[in-house]
Design a protein around this ligand. Structure first.
Ligand SMILES: [Zn+2]
Length: 395
């Protein structure tokens, strides 16, 4: 279904360019296409091996419907080309795909971030026995918007920023200067007489965030791997300790139960009066309660948490990447995840960073990340569990 999001052609070009730049390699583009093709309803989508003949990059099928005995089953050969949006695909490449598709009795789909020439479209669209589906950059972006793949939000900051002057939620709008120039801005809707906050340019505050968040979080893949390995190792050690502590608590709890029994016997035998009995009993019960609380905490922590900590490290290390993603919802999700109390401060954004990202951001010594992560889990267990739920859109 068409979402009918109004995007000017200038915005289109910008989005398409960002989209193209986002995929570092052709392979990354193909991985994205796998998600895309699944989303639009194809089955068994697979990125093929490099050596596959005819340069087919992905394959897919569409399973037949109902009880038609699979006669409407379709195989697809998909060719992907991550070229500059301004480039035009050579008609020979499309002909080659058509040849391979025909040979495999398959339907061909050619997907690119670039364009097709008019003659290519005329030759292939709907005119062959086996037509080739041509998806150019613009169609792809359109289709992603329609299928809510990454482009659900037009604005990154909707609902995320408060006015530093009056406290209202800032709204987002687009200013179209002409067909080639337009920009998004954040605006406070309070009357001018009541609030003096001027509109903020979205691109400028994104730049501010990039400077303040992307650079400090940029760590290499190797470093990330080390952190994850270290976290795993440490949690293993901790689990052993926890098991020992739990055993100790169980023994202590048992002792305390015995003490209560002894006390009761003493009371029955008249060794102490009722007041004393009650006082001593309350004391022991309080101690028991405290131990039980510790026990409950250990029981909670003792679940599979190394994976969660690794995920936090993974997301932290990729904050910059998410923030630069052409997929608006991804930019939005990462900001929603790591920022709190986001408000305007003149022309800038003033914000706090949620735990444990705040500490990770301030700690360039990567070898300390492991400790920060483990302490976060131990000392802010409820936050930790909540954060884990919010991490799901990134993992
Ligand atoms: Zn205001």
């Amino acid at each position: 279904m068409k979402k009918n999001i109004n995007i000017s052609s200038a915005e289109y070009s910008a989005v398409l360019q960002e989209f193209y730049e986002y995929f570092e390699t052709g392979y990354k583009f193909e991985e994205f296409l796998k998600l895309y093709l699944e989303k639009i309803g194809l089955d068994e989508v697979a990125v093929t091996q490099r050596s596959r003949d005819g340069g087919i990059d992905l394959t897919a099928v569409r399973n037949g419907i109902g009880d038609l005995g699979g006669q409407d089953f379709i195989t697809y050969c998909i060719q992907a080309k991550k070229y500059k949006p301004s480039n035009t695909i050579n008609i020979k490449d499309v002909r080659e795909l058509a040849y391979v598709a025909n040979r495999n009795k398959a339907m061909g789909i050619f997907i690119t971030t670039a364009k097709f020439s008019k003659s290519t479209k005329e030759e292939f669209e709907g005119k062959q026995v086996t037509p080739i589906i041509l998806i150019d950059g613009k169609t792809l972006v359109d289709s992603c918007i329609d299928n809510e793949l990454g482009f659900v939000y037009k604005y990154i900051f909707t609902g995320l920023v408060r006015c530093g002057c009056c406290g209202s939620l800032m709204t987002c709008e687009t200013k179209v200067k002409d067909d080639k120039h337009s920009y998004n801005y954040l605006k406070c809707n309070k009357l001018r007489s009541k609030c003096s906050q001027k509109p903020l340019n979205e691109a400028k505050i994104l730049k501010q965030l990039e400077n303040e968040l992307c650079l400090p979080f940029a760590i290499s893949d190797d470093m990330l791997k080390n952190i994850k390995a270290e976290v795993k190792k440490r949690l293993k050690e901790e689990n052993i300790n926890t098991a020992n502590l739990k055993r100790d608590i169980t023994i202590k709890l048992h002792d305390l139960d015995e003490q209560i029994k002894t006390l009761f016997r003493g009371y029955i035998q008249g060794k102490c009066d009722e007041k004393m009995y009650n006082e001593l009993k309350t004391e022991i019960e309080l101690e028991k309660e405290k131990l039980q609380e510790d026990m409950d905490r250990y029981l909670e922590i003792d679940t599979e948490t190394d994976e969660i900590l690794a995920n936090i490290a993974e997301v932290a290390a990729n904050v910059g990447k998410f923030l630069k993603s052409p997929i608006i919802s991804q930019k939005r999700d990462i900001l929603k995840l790591i920022l709190s109390d986001c408000k305007t401060d003149g022309k800038n954004l003033c914000f706090s960073i949620v735990k444990p990202f705040d500490k990770l951001l301030k700690t360039p010594e990567i070898n300390k990340w492991c400790e920060i992560l483990c302490n976060y889990r131990t000392n802010f267990y409820d936050d930790f569990i909540k954060l884990n739920q919010n991490l799901r859109c990134f993992i």
